[in-house]
Design a protein around this ligand. Structure first.
Ligand SMILES: *Cc1c(COP(=O)(O)O)cnc(C)c1O
Length: 229
């Protein structure tokens, strides 16, 4: 089995190659290591290989790792669905949330974010795949949600996130990612300072970078195949 250090090197090289192929600066794409299902020891191994930003999907698992690794000064991103009875845990433990798709959740996160800490950095999750997906705000409802979230005091709206259907072919993926890019362009033209397009995973990060991803969320290609209990 390849080591995390080797895998990280390969993923970083893929990101750099995809950026150059798109005429972009490789430094304009950041890497979020998705550590869901993996123990804190694996996160520590990635830390030793220079990785600082980590993504988690499950509140209890994520908050345990955040606490266990607190002294490392990592940046933690919550990328899974947020239930309203878990917003306080998320607001306390995480630096970023990528999966905002309802105003009610955003309002709770803003109200519960500790005033002594920086605002929670957030992205709206947009459903770019229509019927093929259940989570995310519909693209035509995203502008109203974005303006409402941007007005919340303890959140900082940074951008948009999407998860296209996993079985999409290259053409479909490119269109899904292009939709998110165009939506960000529209919101920027409406005065929102959005600098983040969170899109692309292990199998599709090249297509996402070609369409303007600024952050790719990669799990399997770094840590290996996940085993769910
Ligand atoms: C699990 C997950 C990822 C990482 O997926 P891989 O295919 O393992 O790279 C990225 N984003 C989200 C939202 C996820 O849930």
């Amino acid at each position: 089995m390849a080591s995390i250090i080797t895998n990280l090197r390969v993923v970083r090289a893929r990101i750099a190659a995809a950026a150059r192929a798109a005429g972009r600066d490789p430094a304009s794409v950041s890497l979020l290591a998705v550590s869901k299902t993996w123990p804190a020891s694996q996160v520590h191994a990635a830390f030793e290989a220079g990785q600082r930003a980590f993504g988690e999907n499950y509140v209890q698992e994520g908050t345990e790792k955040v606490a266990a690794l607190a002294e490392l000064g990592l940046v933690w991103h919550f990328i899974g669905p947020v239930q309203s009875n878990k917003t306080r845990l998320v607001a306390d433990a995480f630096d970023w949330v990528h999966s905002i798709d309802r105003l009610k959740i955003a309002e709770r996160l803003s109200a519960q974010r500790d005033a002594a800490r920086p605002p929670l950095q957030v992205c709206l999750q947009v459903n770019v795949s229509g019927e093929a997906s259940k989570s995310g705000v519909a693209p035509d409802e995203a502008p109203a949600l974005a303006h409402a979230v941007a007005a919340l005091p303890r959140l900082c709206l940074r951008g948009l996130m999407c998860i296209p259907e996993p079985d999409g072919d290259q053409g479909t993926l490119r269109r899904r990612f292009a939709l998110l890019r165009q939506l960000r362009e529209r919101l920027v033209s409406e005065g929102l300072a959005l600098d983040t397009l969170s899109m692309g995973m292990s199998h599709d990060l090249e297509a996402a970078i070609a369409e303007g991803a600024t952050l790719v969320r990669v799990g399997t290609a770094i840590f290996g195949e996940r085993q769910y209990p």
